[in-house]
Write a protein that binds this ligand. Sequence first.
Ligand code: SF4
Length: 724
Amino acid sequence: MAMLPCSSEQLIDAFGPHLNFEPPGGFAARGTPDRAVETHCCFCGQQCGVKLLVKDEKVVGVEPWEEFPFNRGKLCPKGVKRYLQNNHPDRLLRPLVRSGRGFAPVGWDEALDLVAERLARIQRHHGNDAVAVLGGASLTNEKAYLMGKFARLALRTRHIDYNGRLCMVSAGAGNLKAFGIDRAANPWADIAAADLIMVLGSNVSECSPITTDYIWRARDRGARLIVVDPRLTPIARTADLFLPVRPGRDSALLNAILHAVIRLGGLDLDFIAAHTSGFDALRQTVEGYAPERVEALVGIPAARIIEAAALWVQAPRTMLLHARGIEHHTKGVENVLACINLVLATGKIGKPGCGYATITGQGNGQGAREHGQRCNQLPGARDIEHPAHRAVVAERWGIDADELPGKGATAPQILEKIHGGEIRGLLSLCFNPMVSLPDAAFTRAALERLELFVAIDFFLSETARHADVVLPGSLQEEDEGTVTSAEGRVIRIRQAVQPPGEARQDWRIICALAERLGRGARFAFQSPREIFDELRALSAGGVADYSGITYEKIERQMGVFWPCPTEAHAGTPRLFEGGRFAHPDGRARFHAVEYRPPAEDVDEAYPIILTTGRVVSQFLSGTQTRRIGPLVDQYPEPRVEMHPRLAARLGIADGDRVRVISRRGELRLAAQVVQTIRPDTVFIPYHWPGEQSANRLTVRAYDPISGIPEFKVAAVRIERLEAA
Ligand code: SF4
């Protein structure tokens, strides 16, 4: 049983998080760096170019990489301070096994033998699917591919999924349904060239800061800006029109905007006729969403909705951008489809400065989902349930198509199956569900039921504390590979230093385990380049076709946009030019979306909407950023944002300690009274664990198509505890 091996306090004492700062005088005081390595930030899906400074085989600082075209040297606070995780005192340096009083170090052979033997034992007694694999969406494409192959070929389990399930899956599913392909339709350069930008559910200034620069470049040319968000985020403060939507009502609002567009005569009927199907059903549906009818539901006056429609219709070139704010819902896919309906109905896609993009959150949120880590997808973004797709992969892997496992459980479903006793063994690589999944008490109870939990990670995350065996893996700067940025641009990650101590590159660990499980011949890779060559060859003819991308070409072009079907092909920065979509008939699909309420709406007992999200100085579950001193100093602990009107009603002043209570649990934290949020909504960032975890409050409710949790709406009540 994967209970904690000792108290949390003892584990924190031994493994952190501890804060790392520059030494007095700074690293520069130690002399000129030996080299600067051009690579990318390890955090968000923007994947900014950065130069890592290396001295004595340690990363000691950063410099801007001004030639890299995406960010042209600009970085956010996380990118500037990321180097402080290398050479960090909390790094895992040796394999560890659970002992009577915590963890004891062991040699690699002992650890790998133990893992292979116990995984095999569980599968012998309970079947192959009694073991599951969880991966991370910050892994390189090479590692993501390897994880999928390892699960399906070495473990022969169908249960593999990844933490992108908490990030991009609603956008991906919506894009696939509407366009037949799951990738940002436009390169970010098109944002700067637009005449109107509509941003929905994205706090771009904090969560994807470099995108802000593209928006400002458009604004400098006179572009207009519409922001839809329950919070007056920093970017919203600069908007021409701010629509403070009530959380969970986005699809109704988008239908109302399209209703107004139709009234204004803004449809592009030629485009609809030539390049789409399904518009009649959509038109019928949006007839019921007159702005005057939905204004009370969405919390925005009809006049403002009509104004948004008019701005959209009048602008020759528009870009619509969205992120988790509209995707983290039980109707996340429907919200995405409602955005796409607006873009398609007005023919505003597939042109310079005109189109649509979803803003990927995680570092390799795009690539990590394309090459086989997802429970329903095979490499090349192939469909695991499609016989022809299965046949291609099976042949390449040298197995019969019948041997290839089918669709497995999503990451949250894997936790449910562990809780129910169906899955008994778990191997995870860089996934911290103790912080990132909803209803943290349930996640903990599930982990505690495991017979075997193996965690590969570079720090002992809150989840890895529950492991039976911990295998020390590598940071991004300790390995080679590629990732695919939010734009769909495949870029090179370059190794700057070796992993410290006895830590190993993750792909070597996976290959060594495959060998012990009797599949070594299929995992005889000597380098990430060899894995990439297998991946790209296998992707040929798939939706995400990387076959024409080589490491050399990426370096020459500063990235290659997929699809790229031949080595002579330059890549595809902009999709859908000429109105040609990726469905077999070349047409995009409209989807009529009826508004549905959130899974848990407010009521008398829990009258306030809780919505969760991020702050600029922290990243996701904080495994890395909660160890970097200057980032923690910038925002040391979670606070609950609330509007002065709500605060006054509850008798709360700025800084007071309060109790936020949902049906799952409660959280004690300080109130931050701000004008920048709806009075019926409170906001808590989710980067912290345990007693500070916003996910003690969130609800285990999922989108039926994408499986994404509803992080953006839960019902809570708030009580004042003590004055500041
Ligand atoms: S966190 Fe994102 S925006 Fe910030 S530097 Fe890194 S990649 Fe760029």
